[in-house]
Design a protein around this ligand. Structure first.
Ligand code: ZN
Ligand code: ZN
Length: 422
């Protein structure tokens, strides 16, 4: 228990508080462990929703690529993707568990005290108001007296002087004394700062840190041939990304970009475990959404930022691979560093779409009218910008399975990665 033994006579006293351990959201699972479980659960739940949409060919008008492209252009099988994503989830969970040994136990009970600290800061800051208004020729003290019918405004203009706001205080020795009290507006603002503004800032900075971390590592993975060939080219086996391929990476890259990136953002912003739960899970869902393969006009994650599935899809194309590095939230680094894709992409998408359709038709005719599904052996992505997909007909098919090749309607793919029905 902390007590407020030193009362500052001109400031409202701070309340005492008693700390108790925070009860976990989902007892008996500790919050820091739940913050490791939730992103994995969210990854697969959200991915499976998109997968359901994909295999049932729903909302085909919003597809970024046709089923024929999905069938022919990727250089890795879905089972290999699932295997590597599970490996990444295992690595990130082990890393999180290792970090959790250093976590301090979280307590509750001092919220009212912390709000009062902010209210006191607000009171102290008001002292400069008469001086500041004096610089622009306003007599704040005189104005305050003439506005005495409005105590809150009058006290504010006087520099945080509220003579009528007092409270009874029981001192440590049992005596009762009178002490200054906070105005209601001060407590409301203090509560907003403590409960919303500071946590909002922590999320804002965490997003900024993660975006910065990922941009420069991602860009380095493309600029450094060794890094690209040995690690990042694996992610680029997906020319036609789909939701559960979002974390299809080399384990080293997965740890370095995703696990370490979110971990650093968490540590630097001093988030609580409950905030981390939101941040880790939201970042995961955002990454899945960026790889979902659909440009939904009603998907809030694709509306709040320009960094959406269509934007990142350009980076997955052989001609756009040296652009649009920003991930997963905003595109400001691509803007600042001049790496944002410029130009119309409609024809480029149309060309890939047509080539895949033709290939499917050709193979269908060569296989007695049956559609052919070519599941390619895992091969690296393009080694350099401008390098086109290795022609898929040069590789031997591994499995032959029927699959729908109903083509989506003709679309326009805008310069900023937006896509719409024509
Ligand atoms: Zn890349
Ligand atoms: Zn990607």
């Amino acid at each position: 228990m902390a007590s407020n033994s030193s009362i500052l006579l001109d400031l409202p006293p701070l309340p005492s508080y008693i700390l108790t351990p925070r009860v976990p959201v989902l007892a008996p699972i500790p919050d820091n462990i739940l913050s490791l479980i939730l992103p994995v659960v969210a990854y697969w739940v959200v991915s499976m929703i998109f997968h359901f949409i994909d295999v049932n060919d729903l909302f085909s008008q919003y597809r970024l690529h046709t089923p024929a492209e999905l069938l022919k252009r990727n250089h890795v099988s879905r089972i290999d993707v699932v295997r590597d994503v599970i490996l990444q989830h295992i690595i990130q969970t082990i890393a999180g568990l290792g970090l959790s040994f250093f976590d301090e136990k979280e307590f509750v009970g001092r919220e009212e005290y912390d709000v009062a600290v902010w209210a006191r800061r607000i009171r102290i800051m008001q002292r400069v108001i008469p001086t500041v208004l004096g610089f622009i020729g306003i007599d704040a003290i005189g104005l305050s007296k003439s506005l005495s019918a409005y105590p809150a405004l009058s006290g504010f203009l006087a520099g945080g002087v509220y003579p009528d706001l007092v409270q009874k205080l029981v001192l440590d020795n049992g005596n009762v004394s009178m002490a200054p009290a906070h105005a209601t507006w001060e407590l409301v603002v203090a509560h907003f700062i403590y409960s919303y503004f500071i946590p909002g800032l922590q999320f804002f900075f965490a997003i900024g840190i993660l975006d910065t971390w990922q941009y420069f590592w991602h860009r380095a993975m493309h600029l450094n041939r060794w890094l690209y060939v040995n690690f990042h080219s694996r992610h680029h086996r997906l020319y036609v990304p789909y939701a559960f391929g979002a974390l299809y990476n080399h384990p080293v890259e997965g740890f370095l970009l995703d696990t370490a990136g979110t971990g650093v953002a968490f540590l630097l912003t001093q988030m609580t475990h409950r905030q981390a739960m939101w941040f880790f899970t939201f970042s995961t869902i955002k990454t899945v959404d960026d790889h979902c393969g659909y440009h939904f006009p009603w998907d809030p994650l694709q509306l709040i930022t320009s960094n959406n599935a269509a934007y990142h899809d350009i980076h997955h194309q052989s001609w756009g691979i040296k652009t649009n590095f920003s991930q997963p939230f905003f595109i400001f680094w691509d803007r600042f560093m001049g790496t944002r894709w410029q130009g119309d992409v409609t024809l480029k998408y149309e060309r890939a779409r047509t080539a895949a359709e033709k290939q499917v038709e050709r193979e269908r005719s060569e296989n007695n009218g049956q559609p052919v599904k070519t599941v390619l052996e895992s091969e690296p992505g393009p080694l350099d910008a401008g390098m086109e997909d290795v022609p898929v007909q040069e590789r031997a098919p591994r499995k032959i399975l029927p699959r729908t090749t109903r083509s989506a309607s003709k679309r326009i793919h805008g310069v900023n990665g937006s896509i719409r029905q024509k």
